[in-house]
Write a protein that binds this ligand. Structure first.
Ligand SMILES: [Zn+2]
Ligand SMILES: [Zn+2]
Length: 343
């Protein structure tokens, strides 16, 4: 089987390896599609661990099941989540499944950018999903990223009737727009600086898309006027720029929450004034990855069409061109989700 091995964004090599055999409880999946994530472009995060095989947004057809697998059979069309929690550790007991050490350790092998991959028995049991016939493999790759969006919405405590400011409309931002509308937010104000993304945000249903004012005080004044309020009840920062995070803190209402959704470089930092947080009861929170409950909801939103999955995919690449797919994703040039497609 062909396996893509990552060294850096420019250097991804395709190797030939034997197809693995599934052991007890495991599944061997023939990959049909796998999404490229922004995390697959973060060289500072990936290169120290290279060479490695990426791909955590896969879908495919079960080629072979290990002994004692009863819930799946050869030929089933599935999407597999790459991390699964233990359900019994201190973090799982408190519902913080993505903090579970089993969650962090579990992976599909060798990864989604491979013609075949193995899922563990835990994956098969807890976070492998049958795709209905009308959901394509390509659409199935969006379950994981959409689940991360749902995880972020839950972490920020967004409720029906809230006003929300969303900063950044990459693929994740566009999924936020659709999910927030589904969630029943009262007012949604979206911020974006790139013209083509502003058009996309409108196309995906954003009622109001603004280019943020250079002066954050002026932007806060404009938002207050629009919302007839002191600020947005919840702010989602789906951009990794520090300026976006600072803007997010400026736009939040008293008693509100700011969610930092994107990952900046680990050396970057922001300044906060604890007395401002104190007197205004502002919560700063963050969200990492997605759990087995989020993936179920994501699949449901895609199945029912509440999130238009197909429209989010702009480019398809063969496995041999994975480096191009990574570079396309890293550039902010006109692209949404890049997906690697297999024959
Ligand atoms: Zn991802
Ligand atoms: Zn656990």
């Amino acid at each position: 089987m062909k396996v893509a091995v990552y060294y850096n964004n420019q250097d991804v090599r395709v190797e030939d390896r034997p197809i693995p055999k599934p052991k007890k409880g495991e599944l061997l999946v023939k990959t049909k599609a796998c999404g490229v994530c922004v995390a697959d472009t973060m060289e500072w995060y990936l290169s120290p661990r290279a060479p490695l095989t990426l791909g955590h947004e896969p879908s495919g057809i079960i080629e072979e099941v290990g002994a004692e697998v009863t819930q799946f059979k050869r030929g089933d069309r599935v999407a597999v989540h790459h991390h699964v929690p233990c359900l019994i550790c201190e973090h799982c007991r408190r519902g913080n499944f993505t903090m579970c050490s089993t969650f962090r350790k579990t992976h599909i092998h060798p990864g989604g950018f491979s013609e075949y991959f193995i899922t563990s028995a835990l994956h098969a049991e807890r976070d492998t999903h049958l795709l209905p016939d009308h959901v394509s493999f390509e659409e199935g790759t969006l379950i994981e990223p959409l689940a991360c969006v749902i995880h972020g919405i839950k972490k920020s405590g967004i409720q029906a009737g809230d006003s929300v400011a969303l900063i950044g409309t990459g693929t994740m931002g566009l999924m936020f727009i659709q999910s927030l509308i589904y969630w029943g937010v009262r007012k949604l104000i979206v911020y974006e600086i790139l013209d083509w993304r502003i058009e996309k945000a409108k196309d995906f249903g954003a009622p109001t898309v603004l280019t943020p004012h250079k002066d954050s005080d002026e932007e806060a004044a404009r938002l207050q006027d629009l919302l007839k309020s002191n600020g947005a009840d919840k702010v989602i920062v789906a951009a990794k720029d520090i300026s976006a995070m600072n803007l997010g803190l400026r736009l939040v209402n008293k008693g509100g929450t700011v969610l930092f959704f994107a990952t900046p470089h680990p050396d970057e930092f922001i300044k906060v004034f604890p007395s401002h947080l104190f007197f205004n009861e502002i919560t700063i929170t963050s969200s990492y990855s997605a759990d087995h409950l989020d993936t179920r909801m994501a699949l449901d939103l895609i199945v029912k069409g509440d999130v238009a999955a197909k429209k989010l995919i702009s480019h398809y690449f063969p496995l041999e061109n994975l480096s191009d797919a990574i570079l396309q994703t890293a550039s902010r040039k006109e692209s949404l989700k890049c997906v690697v497609k297999f024959d």
